[in-house]
Design a protein around this ligand. Sequence first.
Ligand code: ADP
Length: 307
Amino acid sequence: MTNSCKVHSPATIANLVCGFDILGMALHEPFDIMELVLLDEPKIIIRNKDNFNLPTDPEKNVAGVVLLSIMERMGNRIGFELEMEKHIKPGSGIGSSAASAAGAAVAANHLLGNIFSDHELVQFAMNGEKLASGVKHADNISPCILGGISLIRSIHPLDIVSITVPDLFVTVIHPQIEIKTSYARQILRQQVSLKDAIRQWGNIAGLVAGLLQNDPDLIGRSMEDVIIEPVRSILIPGFDELKIKTKEAGALGGGISGSGPSIFMLSKEKQTAIGVESVMKEVYDKIGIDYRTYVTTINKKGVEVIA
Ligand code: ADP
């Protein structure tokens, strides 16, 4: 058994427009790099190789919490030393905490001889998400581990469906503003009208069918959220203008990534995705808020052991 490994753990987009809390997708970029060493004594050491200053106390770091739960499952006979090089900015809305949690779970499993199923890895990694956001959710974790797009049909009991994904391009803009996930959740309405609910589940079914049938136009038509987006988009400057203009530039559709502030748009062609990036930049240059953009594709593998 090798006692060290290196993994790439990708960014993910949760709350896939109409699929709030139930649909998530993995991206090729950005990704975190994590190196894990198996120790023969029960302790967790964390070192940061980036400038995000995340806690190195295992109980306060998402990856540490996941490693502690695996250590406990192994009867406290082993431990881990982790070196994290994060490229996914914490609080960006593209699954920074999930990348740490999922990467730690997959790397630990690799070092232990792949004794845990994907399902168990999602369970371990969800302990980390609980630390980051206060609730156990799997719509970032699951695509991060499994790759592609995951449908979280249920959390209790955990029921995950992997959805075959077409080759689409994804453009992401991460405005450099902070939106607290807890606040973005707090402002949501607790009741929805039957009319909105019907429209939303029509869209979710349309989106899933569009993905399975590789029908980009159906995917585009179905990427409409009448429940969450109207409330949350108020927190993101330029959101409506950006969406209208990127669609005019040929994007199929898109919306808020996670709980924001990142916004993503899907395109059929790479050239369109690059054009969409230019439009996003124009909108944000005009507003005068710093940003970071990515033009990438859907990552079908999820966390990858590279050494
Ligand atoms: P994102 O949607 O980008 O994942 P979250 O709000 O879910 O952002 O998580 C970020 C929060 O979790 C921050 O408060 C951060 O300090 C905390 N955190 C703790 N450990 C980690 C970690 N290893 N990676 C990322 N965030 C972490």
